[in-house]
Ligand binder design. Structure first.
Ligand code: ATP
Length: 349
């Protein structure tokens, strides 16, 4: 399997270095024959090549079997391409899968949980992916802005299908999250289509929640949820909350998956407040890499890749329980030391 590695901004170089170490250890233990192709995007590419994503990089990514993208400091971009948006859109990675679970030995502040947020990734309230050309956020006068949200049957259908298929492998429960009391047409359509697709999966229990009420429900009783399907912006916000409920934003894995390609990308951003301090938790990035391996394994029928992901999940649980982790999870190790201990654990089996 060829994986392109793009470390990204802020804490990205630190967390991606640990991810590479983990992937090398897994390749050795499970004989995965991984070929890691290192390149740059974002600020590093802007400095070196004058653009955040070069055409040569796009070719390289397309020719590979998967991509690991580090966090991007998108706030600082002006007219530059946002690589995170660019790859999601160009590779049509419609489903952003964001699991969150609690771990033994680490207090889950609001109770145990094991859920997955399935977030639509290619339209919604994201001004940079809704229109063929330009942006769907407009400055009408110096004092008036209009931001448009796009919702289409096609994207609703495919994200609903991803959610129900996932639910069939889990506890068979899908919760639809929306704001149909206000966005009556768009979110009304989203709910209708999710329920329509749900009828093809009669074993799956379906319910729905208004997004604001969902914040209270998920904090009050996160254990009642299994798969949560929602539109782009709601999913982005909700999944940061569920990752934090699991113990830390640094524990949230995330996969951007399409029909023919997938990209692992930690749930968190570039975290400039802790960048360069050797304190960022690398597990979000490592868990995302594991999800990428599992996606490849399922698609190609390669059990070793699925086992490698299971080994990552198990080793994260063991590391968290043993406090061999960064301080956001109650440990005292640095990023580098957490990554080294983790790779050694993976190799030892
Ligand atoms: P960006 O603008 O790139 O989204 P941000 O700082 O606004 O960056 P995040 O990077 O998601 O957003 O960080 C939110 C908070 O969570 C910050 O306080 C950050 O330090 C913390 N955080 C994020 N990632 C990690 C991590 N891997 N380990 C520990 N703390 C993290």
């Amino acid at each position: 399997m060829k994986i392109v590695i793009l470390p990204g901004d802020g804490i990205g170089s630190e967390t991606m270095a640990c991810t590479v170490e983990a992937l090398q250890a897994l390749s050795q233990r499970f004989k995965l024959d991984l070929e890691l192709q290192h390149d740059i995007a974002g600020h590093a590419s802007l400095q070196a090549h004058g653009t955040t994503v070069t055409p040569a990089l796009v070719e390289k990514v397309r020719a590979a079997d998967g991509l690991m993208l580090g966090p991007m400091a998108t706030y600082e971009f002006k007219d530059e391409i946002n690589p995170s948006m660019f790859f999601r859109k160009t590779l049509d990675l419609h489903a952003n899968i964001r699991p969150a679970r609690s771990y033994p030995g680490m207090e889950a502040r609001f109770g145990a949980l094991d859920l997955v947020v399935v977030r639509e990734n290619t339209e919604g309230f994201y001004a940079d992916r809704n229109v063929e050309s330009g942006s769907s956020e407009m400055l009408i006068t110096p004092d008036v802005v209009i931001s448009l949200r796009r919702i289409t049957r096609h994207c609703c259908e495919r994200i609903a299908r991803s959610a129900f298929e996932l639910a069939m492998t889990r506890k068979k429960h899908v919760s639809i999250v929306h704001k149909a009391n206000v966005l009556k047409i768009g979110d009304g359509m989203f709910i209708d289509i999710c329920r329509e697709v749900g009828r093809e999966f009669p074993q799956v229990l379906v319910d729905d929640f208004i997004v604001d009420a969902m914040m209270a429900h998920v904090v009050r009783a996160p254990q009642r949820f299994d798969v949560i399907v929602t539109t782009n912006m709601f999913g982005d916000i909700l999944s940061d909350l569920t990752a934090e409920l699991s113990g830390s934003l640094g524990l949230g894995g995330s996969l951007n998956a399409g029909a023919n390609y997938a990209m692992g990308q930690a749930i968190h951003g570039s975290a400039p407040d802790i960048a360069g301090k050797n304190i960022a938790n690398p597990f979000s990035s490592i868990l995302s890499a594991g999800m990428l391996l599992a996606w490849h394994g399922q698609r190609k029928g390669l059990p070793a890749f699925i086992e490698a992901n299971a080994a990552i999940e198990q080793a994260v649980a063991t590391a968290v329980e043993a406090r061999q982790v960064t301080r956001d999870c109650g440990g005292s190790l640095g990023t580098r030391e957490t990554g080294q201990a983790f790779a050694a654990r993976l190799l030892a089996g």
